[in-house]
Design a protein around this ligand. Structure first.
Ligand code: EPU
Length: 333
């Protein structure tokens, strides 16, 4: 185990922000991980770096979790349990599952990041969330070094949320995640408008067809972090009550929305931000993506602070115009 000093994190975060880690260590086995937490509890966990904005250098010890491996636990019926180690790249894992004809994760194709961080924010896209196929995860408790199994009922999954973002924040390190997938009779979900239009000519779309459609849609509106730094959706879509929604609808009858419950309506933050005139705007190297206003981008050398200042400007304008608070989805450090 080699603890390096003053390492640039630019290549380790998809926003491509140049912040430094005072101390940095790559962890390649559970043994190394257990060892490191015996002498250091003040840890900054780095997975795929796809859901973070670094606004300063990191004083804590940065752990780059590189645990790799996939284990299949087959059953006699239609179901298969697949365990992936935390350091597996999410999209490569999804592609592998599809190549094995294991269904359930196809709508989550091309989401940046690693398997280990996927449950923290209950990643979701195109009508599916991780909680729909989640079976269990194993996590190391930092204070004791003990491994604990978390079942779905322990995770408290919500919209882009889980117990690991709240009560248990910074207390556990997720080391692997097990998904319950289908081997046949896949329960596909093509309810999302853009997917169903892309697949309308296919009679019985396969999980590969669905994955291909999702990849097409994502590539058409979301920037590739390899080309332009970004962290996907920067804000959560706000949920407002029916009364506020009805009032908004009077002045904006065209407002897109999804009914969440009897009294709750979700409004696309991208729409609100676009209405406020920010779509495609650029402030130095910090900007709002031209095709999806929910995504903030680093055109080259923006600092985390510049991106954060832009985010606050957007929050203020949306608040002043619509009286809606936009909650930030990305973790700010
Ligand atoms: N819209 C606009 N202007 C924009 C962007 C969107 O008017 O600039 C409108 C669209 O016309 C559409 C609606 O907003 O009517 C929804 O847009 P979209 O389908 O692109 O989805 P979203 O609600 O903006 C969410 C997730 C995405 C996920 C998509 C598809 C959140 C915070 N974001 O975006 O997740 O891929 O749905 O399921 O829930 C991510 O988390 O990083 C992410 C990309």
């Amino acid at each position: 185990m080699n603890i390096q000093k003053n390492i640039s994190l630019k290549q380790y975060n998809t926003f491509g922000i140049s912040a430094n880690a005072k101390r940095f260590v790559s962890i390649n086995s559970l043994k190394e991980l257990k060892k490191v937490i015996t002498f250091e509890k003040n840890i900054f966990l780095l997975g795929g770096g796809s859901n973070m904005l670094l606004t300063a250098d990191i004083e804590k010890l940065v752990l780059h979790l590189n645990l790799k491996g996939i284990i299949v636990n087959d059953t006699e019926n239609d179901v298969v349990f697949v365990t992936a180690e935390a350091g597996e790249n999410w999209h490569e894992f999804v592609v592998w599952c599809i190549s094995q004809n294991y269904g359930g994760l196809e709508n989550l194709s091309l989401i940046p990041g690693n398997v280990g961080t996927s449950p923290i924010q209950n990643i979701g896209a195109y009508g599916v969330e991780i909680k729909d196929t989640f079976h269990q995860l194993e996590a190391l408790e930092i204070s004791t070094g003990k491994i604990k199994i978390f079942k779905i009922e322990d995770c408290n999954f919500g919209y882009r949320n889980s117990v690991f973002k709240k009560e248990l924040k910074d207390k556990y390190i997720i080391i692997n995640v097990t998904f319950k997938l289908t081997k046949k009779n896949h329960k596909t979900n093509i309810s999302y408008g853009a997917i169903s239009s892309l697949l309308e000519n296919k009679e019985n779309p396969t999980i590969k067809d669905i994955s291909d459609a999702v990849i097409d849609i994502r590539q058409s509106k979301l920037p590739d972090p390899e080309e332009v730094g970004n962290s996907g959706s920067f804000f959560k879509n706000p949920i407002i009550n029916q009364n506020s929604f009805k009032t908004l609808q009077i002045t904006h009858p065209e407002i897109p929305h999804y009914i969440v419950s009897e009294n709750e309506v979700k409004i696309p933050a991208g729409w609100l931000i676009e209405q406020c005139g920010f779509k495609g705007k650029r402030f130095g190297d910090a900007g709002v993506h031209t095709k999806q206003a929910l995504v903030l981008v680093n055109y080259n050398n923006a600092t985390g602070q510049e991106i954060y200042t832009l985010a606050q400007k957007i929050q203020q304008k949306v608040k002043d115009t619509y009286n809606i608070y936009l909650d930030i989805e990305v973790n700010i450090f």
